[in-house]
Design a protein around this ligand. Sequence first.
Ligand SMILES: *Cc1c(COP(=O)(O)O)cnc(C)c1O
Length: 362
Amino acid sequence: MPNPTVTALFRPEILAMSAYHVADAENFIKLDAMENPYGWPADIQQAWLEHLKDCPMNRYPDPEAKSLAAALRSSNNIPEEYGLLLGNGSDEIIQILQMALSGDATVMAPEPGFVMYKQIALSLGLHYQGVPLQADGFDLDLPAMLAAIHSSQPSLIFLAYPNNPTGNLFDAQAIKEILAVAPGLVVVDEAYAPFADASFIGELPNYPNLLVMRTVSKLGLAGLRLGFLAGDNAILEQLHKVRLPYNINCLTQITANFALTHQDFLLEQTRSICQQRSEVLAELQTMADIKSYPSAANFILIKTLTRSADEVFVSLKKQGVLIKNLSPQGGVLHNCLRVTIGKQEENRAFLAALQNALRNPQ
Ligand SMILES: *Cc1c(COP(=O)(O)O)cnc(C)c1O
């Protein structure tokens, strides 16, 4: 029986939404969520535990996370003259940005893209417009973007660089053209910066409407929930009013600060992941039954050519390997799967399971 209070109280767009679903990964080789597969070296872990002892659990955390903010600025080359906003994951920053917009604002993003941009826009009752990427190679369709910007006048545009779930870097010149004509803010979402040799942080002086967002999640600290946004002070000042006062808890502040001051081991891990990415891609490219797309991130998008992606996904699960099935999203993602780069033995297990799935229909 539907609860009549629920239907009476909640906005229709909330009732129509489905919750963000996270697959249960227990006992699987987990290659579905773009996590860093490596743990911490024992000596680093010991030093970190020592550090945590100083965390005053009875006190509220520093509301501005000043010490952590300084560490983020220095490890990401964010000059002092730009504002910085920290979020409980970059997901929270995507929400803060949209909560600050006027109620009739339009939010725009290329598609396929990161689903939270749309999910949050819908949850807040904002207009959302997706603009298809080029079907061949997934670069921005610049004429389509410019036309959509012209007709919808979006207050906020999200461009993931590299893009999730396609893995490619959009053409930088096309992004600059979008920045030049956009009537509102443009967020370049650099969640995969640790794996990509490209960034728009250096463009901050050239575009007052540019905001660059990053996260420590894909670097190897997904459990902490920490993202950040850099840009013009006048813009960030407004966003800080929307942010809840203690959104970065003291365990996250201490741990992230510690990890950034010892970041060599994380950079070493991301180097291994990039090395593994080349090996996995080379192997995938020898398989005639799939098309694989080059990636500047820590995952690879593949398309099944002879079997349905649903079947391959189920077969991989039966073999103990969990990846992400994008096929239910439809459109250009029909028959697409996304695999996160893991440790060498995990990647080999995935490749073997994939060969098996393609060869032996269930
Ligand atoms: C994973 C991801 C995020 C979310 O990162 P969190 O900081 O963990 O919330 C943001 N944008 C893109 C494109 C992502 O893939």
